[in-house]
Design a protein around this ligand. Structure first.
Ligand code: ADE
Length: 245
């Protein structure tokens, strides 16, 4: 999987992703990162990439030409065009199904805006997807791009150590994950749930399922609407007060 990022802060992207799991995936060549500095494509003698907005108003607007040249340095003429994701609070909200869908692409281009915005014409010309990471406004698209690259990378085969661990996690089946425990068995007077020490595999699985249902009911009841629940799950949720009507 190749991630291209069009940005004014390529070092922020590289530094942010060169650590931990994504850092290892980069070292192993399972993913690759091409952070392109839009400023390198300015033809202005002071390397400006922004200008005042037509029609007046506060703030500056990123100009279309440097972005277009930076984009062209990636795709060239003809050939297959990767999707271009523009990071904006006006986009569709990023979630796990979107991460899974994007993980199926071979190459992605992220466009990170700054200042008040980006000239609309370059967006119309190159952007295929408008994506937000949530309903709040950040100072630029770099953190959203890193959030998305992290979430997509961990779905690339081989990136996580344990092949199974991407499967059994929060949002798999639209349920939150059960709690986890490790040694010591007693911490600040709090004991690890008895069942986990029992060695009884079926009981442990049942306990985990119930904890997962309880947690989802308490913390994210909205997810239960989309979860696949069997009779036993529904009976347990009912005992907690959940009423699926
Ligand atoms: N740029 C600024 N805020 C953003 C957000 N919430 N999501 C994606 N891009 C953004």
């Amino acid at each position: 999987m190749v991630f291209h990022v069009l940005t004014l802060f390529p070092e922020m992207i590289r530094d942010g992703l060169n650590t931990s799991v994504t850092g290892r995936a980069l070292d192993k060549g399972l993913i690759s990162l091409n952070a392109v500095n839009i400023r390198d494509f300015s033809t202005d003698k002071h390397l400006h990439v922004d200008d005042y907005p037509y029609g007046g108003g506060a703030g500056m607007v990123m100009q279309p030409d440097p972005i277009y040249r930076a984009y062209r340095s990636i795709v060239g003429e003809g050939g297959k065009r990767p999707r271009v994701l523009y990071m904006t609070p006006q986009g569709s909200v990023f979630d796990q199904p979107m991460a899974e869908e994007l993980a199926g692409e071979e190459e992605l281009i992220f466009l990170c805006g700054h200042y008040e915005g980006v000239d609309e014409r370059i967006l119309e010309e190159i952007v295929t997807d408008y994506v937000s990471i949530g309903d709040y406004v950040l100072t630029g698209g770099e953190l959203p791009a890193m959030v998305m690259i992290d979430a997509i990378s961990r779905l690339v085969p081989g990136v996580l150590n344990n092949e199974d661990s991407a499967e059994f996690e929060s949002f798999h089946d639209n349920l939150l994950e059960h709690p986890h425990y490790t040694r010591p068995a007693s911490f600040l007077g709090k004991e690890v749930p008895e069942v986990l020490l029992s060695g009884h595999h079926a009981r442990i699985e049942e306990w985990r399922r119930q904890e997962s249902l309880k947690r989802t009911y308490e913390r994210r009841p909205d997810l239960l609407e989309k979860a696949v629940l069997d009779k036993k799950d529904l009976a347990y949720l009912k005992s907690l007060g959940y009423d699926k009507t």
